[in-house]
Design a protein around this ligand. Structure first.
Ligand code: AMP
Length: 179
């Protein structure tokens, strides 16, 4: 074999994430994943690594909004469907909804209460960033209230200083890169 070894997924993520200080509020260090997702090798590596943690899933739940992109890519890789867990006010009624605290402000997540039946399905949640854990916890509540079993979650990036992993315990969370 010849040529340089491919950088591992954690290194790719580190290289391709843009740090934006004080966005959307002072004091928040926003992690912009746009360059990572726009990079063919980055998207492929992240998709493969997330999918490897979700092999047991019957259904992938992708969280609004970057989790939609990642979740759909992972679902295609696994051969499952994807459920878009949306921010409040986007879906027509009836919906199941859960409101929660975010690193900045509050938010609501919703899924349709009609037209899909996820009872008994094993779901893995996919999102870009684990910060305080409020989003993952709300998504888990929502999916479980709809009759699904949440096997765990997988994220690209974890911000351990915000304590999200402990906040969502005992949910199993895989992260591809920690800062
Ligand atoms: P949390 O509920 O606090 O774990 O926040 C996770 C959600 O908020 C994810 O859907 C992220 O897209 C977004 N988020 C929170 N903090 C950041 C951050 N520092 N950079 C980018 N996205 C973030």
């Amino acid at each position: 074999m010849s040529g340089p070894a491919a950088p591992d997924v954690s290194q790719l993520i580190k290289n391709l994430i843009r740090e934006v200080p004080d966005f959307p509020e002072p004091g928040v260090q926003f992690k912009d994943m746009t360059p990572l997702l726009a990079d063919a090798r980055g998207l492929r590596a992240v998709t493969d690594a997330l999918a490897a943690t979700a092999a047991e899933a019957d259904l992938v739940a992708g969280l609004d909004a970057r989790g939609f992109l990642l979740g759909a890519a992972v679902a295609t890789r696994l051969g499952t469907g994807v459920l878009a867990v949306r921010k409040g006010g986007k879906l027509p009624p009836p919906v199941h909804s859960a409101t929660y605290q975010l690193e900045y402000g509050t938010a609501t997540l919703e899924i349709p209460a009609d037209g899909i039946d996820i009872t008994g399905l094993n779901v893995v949640i996919i999102d870009d960033v684990l910060a305080t854990g409020g989003t993952l916890a709300a998504a888990k509540r929502l999916l479980e209230a709809s009759g699904a079993t949440v096997l765990g979650a997988a994220v690209v990036l974890e911000l351990p200083v915000l304590g999200g992993r402990a906040a969502v315990a005992p949910m199993r969370v895989s992260s591809l890169h920690t800062v």
